[in-house]
Design a binder for this molecule. Structure first.
Ligand code: TPP
Ligand code: MG
Length: 602
């Protein structure tokens, strides 16, 4: 008799299709016996923590844990999501956290797997997103090591690889210590300011028989909620400052995806009549068609600059780079600055992602989502709602075929349906899309690590599955190609997602830099494409999608063809598929984006 096949390997059409991710890769005989090995206890703890998924690329260093998840837990809570590259595994967990605000797990092989994972961990760190990264090592006890391979895959201090951009790491020496480490790690990761954590599991500890059963433990008692509100006297001080302001401006920075927090931000802005500046580095934080919205300042637009320069009060709700914004936007030196942030709590000496030190007149070391409703109460509540402006439409159809054409054509193809933009290319301009809900846009990769877009988008799409929202990832071709195998994971686990690739066949951002250097040195600008363009041959991006089981469209290089491809692609995603549309745009950015990226004058 042939062995039973996992559900995903059954020929299509033989059974009613169950498209839920949880129905896939069911183990033959999921056992429900008592934990027998160290790694069983680790697995059991992941379940106690309600970790839904563990994205992984396998490795012998955690074969014990792998077995425990499959054969002890029956591959659910957590369910494995196989990834072709560790960078995707962590990026998927990062994207999942961007939607849910909670950590899922990623598992990576001893040192080499972690080395692959590092950029994605750095992205999650800079984005302040929680991820529980599990790694492995050893055996730490040298006499237990197999020759060669166990030696090269053991390091004295593996956590040192990622300590500069994780909130905490540990290498527990026993199953009991591992249980505690996992609980502490998850608690720390999910506590604001959030971030990735790393737990390194000794291979020997995982594989050894449990010497004794540990007493049961209620994990929730060890992870108390940490709600960091501001004390009443500081709320009162801030409210008094705000009431005395002639013109306040809110820099709406890092925020949760909570709808009520969003509504409170809107109410506060309306009560103050404050202009609100947003930031494409982070998820949507304010309705961009609201009359008080004053743009996103990367492109130092005519809109946001006067708003800030006229202000006598600036309120930063955990703005990513307050010092940088103040320097670039040049408010009046007399303007008072209120900073509401917890970010200083995780600044360290390795990474300078803490940005410049801003001048601050009143500092509230608190979670802005908790402070805003209190401020609103203290200043006397909200005025009647201000009606949003009609959908922001940019002026006349631009010439050529550019990222702006992608935005326009996609908007038309999607009509009024609920969409989450899971990723945008670096040259995207905020005025091309309207955000009206915290899930309309999830922000950037965080750390500027190109290649994060596809994995983050797959993780976000996983979290959005069955939510009624269509996940749309718009990625640069460089970004897509660096993270391309995340597409396979989405296809394999039936995670519907639309990719549109802004394919300028170049690492174009860096062409701009070569152009800038050439100008500064009076050298030939026309050579800027060398070492940047991915042509001759052009890479067939749609074929690379099809090779992994996705549906691929294009290349298309005009609006009509793009519209036709999008119509089919959206229908495919509605039918549960992953679709990739290759839009061959012209290389080139707008003047304001170019200036912002190259430190050149506009
Ligand atoms: C891992 C990594 N490598 C290199 C860079 C430098 N870099 C910044 S943007 C960029 C180009 C990205 O290309 P693409 O996604 O196609 O976007 P485009 O610049 O063409 O708009 C590169 C190489 C980076 N930020 N991250
Ligand atoms: Mg490109």
């Amino acid at each position: 008799m042939p062995p039973p096949q996992p559900a995903s390997a059954r020929p299509a059409g033989k059974t009613a299709a169950d498209t839920s991710t949880g129905a896939l890769e069911r183990p033959a005989q999921a056992s429900v016996n008592a934990p027998g090995f160290g790694s069983d206890l680790v697995a059991e703890t992941l379940r106690a923590l309600q970790i839904p998924y563990i994205a992984l690329t396998p490795g012998a260093s955690y074969r014990g844990l792998h077995d425990s998840i499959v054969n002890y837990l029956g591959n659910s809570t957590p369910q494995m999501l196989l990834c072709v590259h560790e960078e995707s595994a962590v990026a998927i967990a990062h994207g999942y956290a961007k939607v849910t605000g909670k950590a899922m797990a990623a598992a990576v092989h001893s040192n080499v797997g972690l080395q692959h994972a590092t950029m994605a961990m750095f992205n999650a760190w800079c984005d302040r997103m929680p991820v529980l990264v599990l790694g492995a090592t050893g055996p730490v006890d040298a006499v237990k090591r197999r020759p060669w391979i166990d030696w090269i895959h053991t390091a004295r201090d593996q956590g040192a690889l990622v300590r500069g951009y994780t909130k905490w790491d540990d290498q527990p020496a026993s199953p009991g210590a591992a249980r505690e480490a996992l609980i502490r790690a998850t608690w720390i990761a999910n506590t604001a300011p959030q971030g990735p954590v790393y737990i390194n599991l000794d291979a020997e500890m995982q594989e050894a028989k449990l010497a004794e059963q540990l007493p049961p433990l209620d994990a929730t008692r060890y992870m108390p909620d940490v709600a960091t509100a501001a004390p009443a006297d500081l709320i009162a001080k801030a409210a008094a400052l705000l009431k005395s302001a002639r013109q306040a401006v809110i820099l709406a920075g890092r925020a949760s995806r909570s709808e009520s927090a969003w509504n409170a931000r809107v109410a506060l802005a309306e009560a103050l009549g404050a202009g609100v500046v947003t930031d494409l580095k982070i998820g949507a934080s304010f309705p961009t068609d609201h009359p008080l919205h004053a743009g996103a300042p990367r492109d130092v637009t005519a809109e946001s600059v006067p708003t800030i320069r006229n202000a006598d009060m600036i309120v930063s709700l955990d703005w990513v780079d307050l010092a940088g914004a103040l320097r670039a936007l040049g408010p009046s030196p007399a303007a008072k600055i209120i900073q509401i942030s917890l970010d200083h709590r995780i600044h360290n000496g390795w990474s300078m992602d803490y940005q410049g030190l801003p001048p601050v007149d009143l500092f509230l070391s608190a979670d802005p989502d908790l402070v805003v409703p209190e401020l609103l109460k203290a200043i006397g509540g909200a005025k009647p709602r201000i009606a949003p402006a009609p959908h922001a439409q940019t002026s006349a159809e631009p010439s050529g075929f550019t990222n702006e054409h992608i935005a326009r054509t996609l908007r038309k193809a999607l009509g009024g349906r609920a969409v989450t933009l899971t990723h945008l290319p670096i040259s995207w301009e905020d005025r091309w899309w309207t955000f009206r809900h915290p899930l309309d846009f999830l922000g950037s990769d965080g750390g500027g690590g190109v290649g994060g877009g596809p994995g983050i988008s797959v993780g976000a799409a996983l979290a959005l599955k069955n939510s009624g929202r269509l996940p749309v990832a718009i990625c640069g071709d460089g970004d897509y190609l660096m993270g391309i195998t995340a597409v396979w994971t989405a296809v394999h686990y039936k995670i519907p997602l639309l990719f549109v690739i802004a394919n300028n066949r170049s690492f174009y951002n860096d062409e701009l830099h070569q152009e800038r250097v050439a100008r500064m040195r009076s050298r030939p600008v026309e050579n800027k494409w060398i070492g940047q363009r991915m042509t001759d041959p052009e890479i067939d991006l749609a074929a690379m999608a099809r090779a992994q089981g996705a549906v691929g469209f294009g290349p298309v290089s005009n609006t009509a063809d793009l519209a036709a491809a999008l119509e089919q692609a959206i229908a495919a995603v509605d039918a549960g598929q992953v679709a990739v549309v290759d839009a061959q745009v012209e290389p080139g950015y707008s003047a304001s984006v170019t200036a912002a990226m190259t430190r050149a004058k506009n």
